[in-house]
Design a protein around this ligand. Structure first.
Ligand code: GLC
Length: 491
């Protein structure tokens, strides 16, 4: 008998194109779409933040799910669940969005005030959201085979299901995926009461005497995954990768499954957001045209032989932005142009802007999030800088490779699993890799890349190697499917 299709609710605090601060949103779009293509009934659920337009995203009301009261501590707030969908020419997935004025609509940022950087009351916001997910299933009478929870913001769903609604969800299995172990959702123990969960389970929600959403997510999951094989090892050993708590993760079995990329949006041949499309055969002309467009957009002068180096990142320590700033004075002495797109830490942003003002012909920075520019950067740049302090998976190095943009990465997490140092003799490899988080190592890797760039035949081989990589979701989506079936078969 052929395997029956599964019903899957995929929950995430950010889903492209509705809301995005980073790779989590891309994965929360692409993996559900890939699972849908495998024939499953997949639906996604996320909160609707203040900056998400209902009109542009075609979000509309559902009759049964209006003004549903949800308790957070002593207060009760109404949740109205609305419906939308996400689609590409191949497939379509239904989306549920939780709307509420106090927690989401009145806030412009996803997790923090965009101006001050001050985090919102995220314990209450995601207690509310997690309860809204459970309530939606109850009101719809839809008890999916699988609830796939992503990142700490969804960490309490399992606890609600297994304690307060154990009967209804008896056949539902839970997967919890860690997208960044350094961001665990930690709040004071006093927040425990706001969850409304029975006191007996407090120990399972608590780590080091604090409410820890990630610990809760792992405790109640039937399977735990993270986003690359190397990162799965690192979080049980490495202080930085694990957010200081490798011992917490040693208590669980965690499988690393490499993220894929969306091969419709992130493909230079079909990319709807770039003007000059290209493939492995036409990359030279395609890149030249896109590079021209990129330089125009960033107001950089056209200098034919000068390579463009780029990075797109949340400005913070994790992505290695301080290291990039450290090497910039020396790097700017080379024959290079550098493009930075990002938002985050205001002091790092100011430093970058000051440097750009000093070197207007060589360094251009764009502060903010701009999807179209991100695609143009991948298409127009020659090299991509990713000096991450740690990296659970990383998607930009994969986007870069398929666009023929050579990645220069630090050997950490998912970067180890996706990029290998180019060996000119064997003509193998896809980029440049450095080990230590130091200015010297990073600069040396960039200089290796700049030297090779001057040898067009070698460079062309390297670009071809990059562009022939298969980073599609097909393999990893199948692995998730296997895990779903395994835990469903378990009693
Ligand atoms: C987080 C991680 C990043 C990963 C993404 C998607 O943003 O920092 O490395 O690629 O999640 O899983």
């Amino acid at each position: 008998m052929p395997d029956r299709p599964l019903s899957i609710l995929f929950v995430s605090s950010e889903v492209y194109p509705f809301a995005k601060t980073g790779g989590l949103a891309d994965v929360s779009h692409a993996l559900p779409m890939a699972l849908r293509e495998l024939g499953h009934d997949v639906r996604v659920m996320l909160p609707k933040y203040g900056n998400v337009s209902e009109r542009r995203n075609r979000i509309h009301e559902i009759n049964r799910l209006k003004e549903v009261p949800i308790a957070v501590g002593d207060t009760v707030e109404p949740a109205t669940i609305k419906s939308s969908s996400m689609q590409n020419p191949r497939t379509k997935v239904q989306a549920y969005v939780t709307t509420n004025f106090t927690y989401f609509d009145s806030k412009k940022g996803l997790y923090a005030d965009p101006v001050t950087g001050e985090p919102y009351n995220n314990d209450e916001r995601f207690i509310f959201f997690d309860r809204s997910v459970v309530t939606t299933c109850l009101l719809l009478g839809w008890f999916p085979d699988i609830i796939h929870c992503n990142a700490w913001q969804t960490g309490l769903i399992g606890a609600y299901i297994r304690t307060m609604h154990a009967k209804e969800f008896a056949r539902t299995r839970l997967v919890f995926t860690i997208h960044n172990a350094a961001d665990q959702g930690i709040f004071p123990a006093s927040s425990l009461e706001k969850t409304g969960l029975p006191k007996e389970v407090y120990p399972r929600l608590t780590h080091a005497k604090q409410l820890n959403f990630t610990k809760a997510g792992m405790e109640f999951a039937d399977a735990i995954t993270t986003v690359s094989p190397t990162y799965a090892k690192e979080i049980t050993r490495d202080k930085i990768a694990s957010g200081g708590t490798p011992a917490l993760f040693r208590g669980y079995q965690i499988e690393g499954i490499l993220n894929g990329i969306d091969t419709y949006y992130w493909n230079p041949k079909t990319d709807p957001l770039i003007e000059h499309r290209y493939d492995a055969e036409s990359w030279k002309d395609g890149k030249a045209l896109n590079k021209k467009a990129l330089r125009d957009r960033m107001k950089l002068p056209h200098e034919e032989k000068v390579p463009v180096l780029a990075t797109i990142a949340r400005l913070g320590e994790a992505k290695g932005i301080p290291l990039l700033i450290e090497i910039l004075p020396e790097l700017l002495r080379e024959s290079v142009q550098i493009v930075v797109l990002g938002e985050g830490d205001p002091s790092l942003a100011t430093t970058l802007q000051k440097l750009a003002a000093k070197h207007p012909k060589k360094l251009a920075v764009f502060m903010g999030f701009d999807d179209e520019l991100a695609h143009l950067i991948e298409a127009g740049a020659d090299m991509y800088l990713m000096p991450s302090l740690f990296e659970p998976c990383g998607l930009n190095q994969m986007y870069s490779m398929v666009y023929g943009t050579v990645p220069i990465v630090r050997a950490t997490g998912g970067l180890i699993d996706t990029v290998t140092e180019f060996d000119p003799d064997a003509r193998k490899g896809t980029g440049f890799v450095f080990r230590d988080y130091t200015a010297d190592d990073f600069l040396a890797a960039i200089k290796r890349a700049l030297a090779l760039y001057k040898k067009p035949t070698y460079w062309a081989t390297l670009v071809q190697n990059c562009m022939s990589q298969d980073f599609s979701w097909s393999k990893s989506a199948r692995r998730y499917e296997e895990i779903y079936r395994d835990i469903l078969a378990r009693r």
